[in-house]
Design a protein around this ligand. Structure first.
Ligand SMILES: [Zn+2]
Length: 221
């Protein structure tokens, strides 16, 4: 891998998600310090991602803006990358995937089959959607069971899916625990092409940080 690679954390929640305590400013200052480009995927909203990419002090010419959101469907969550408009939650996964594609975006299935998350899509559903899915998030630092990561990796290999990873950070201590080192790209198509050769570095987060999300969600009800 050469030094021109972009380092992405492809799954971060800002405080536009009720269960995150990360401000955009905080994400930006850690990102600059560590040389990581954060992909902000808030729950059912592109507002955090849009605002982040409009900030003057965050502008890196060789990294295109990736506007994204993690959208709830009737059968589990889907991340839309490179989207440009809000996608309503609680549609069917098929409808959600069609809207992502209509916007020229890329669909990622986050934390597939994670046994401890209600929001995780089950493999039988993923299998029924395969022609519309580009990538699955094999590496998610918040996934509690190492067995779920192994299953996701096996599924990706068996079905020829591209693999992504992200920290799923909701607080600063979780930021950049998983990163994707990828050659520069200037379109979603090129991103997918380069993702095949990306180097993903994964570390699990401490489970106690889940409590921060639970507290934050309760306080902001
Ligand atoms: Zn998430």
């Amino acid at each position: 891998m050469d030094s021109d690679n972009i380092i992405l954390d492809m799954h971060i929640h800002s405080h536009y998600s009720r269960d995150s305590i990360l401000s955009l400013k905080e994400i930006s200052s850690y990102a600059r310090r560590e040389g990581v480009t954060p992909v902000i995927c808030d729950h059912n909203s592109i507002q955090g991602s849009l605002k982040y990419n409009q900030l003057d002090y965050f502008h890196d010419d060789h990294v295109p803006s990736i506007i994204s959101a993690e959208i709830k469907t009737t059968k589990g969550e889907i991340i839309g990358l490179f989207i440009n408009e809000e996608i309503p939650p609680y549609l069917s996964p098929e409808e959600t995937l069609d809207i992502i594609m209509d916007q020229g975006g890329i669909a990622v299935i986050p934390h597939p089959g994670d046994r401890y998350r209600k929001s995780a899509m089950k493999y039988e559903i993923i299998s029924s959607l395969l022609p519309k899915i580009h990538t699955i998030e094999v590496y998610n630092s918040r996934t509690l069971s190492p067995g779920d990561i192994i299953s996701a990796k096996k599924y990706a290999t068996e079905h020829g899916l591209l693999v992504t990873g992200g920290s799923d950070a909701h607080c600063r201590w979780e930021l950049f625990r998983t990163t994707v080192r990828i050659a520069p790209f200037d379109s979603p198509k090129e991103f997918l092409k380069n993702l095949r050769y990306a180097d993903i570095r994964y570390k699990r987060s401490l489970p106690m940080y889940h409590l921060i999300s639970i507290m934050s969600r309760r306080l902001r009800k």
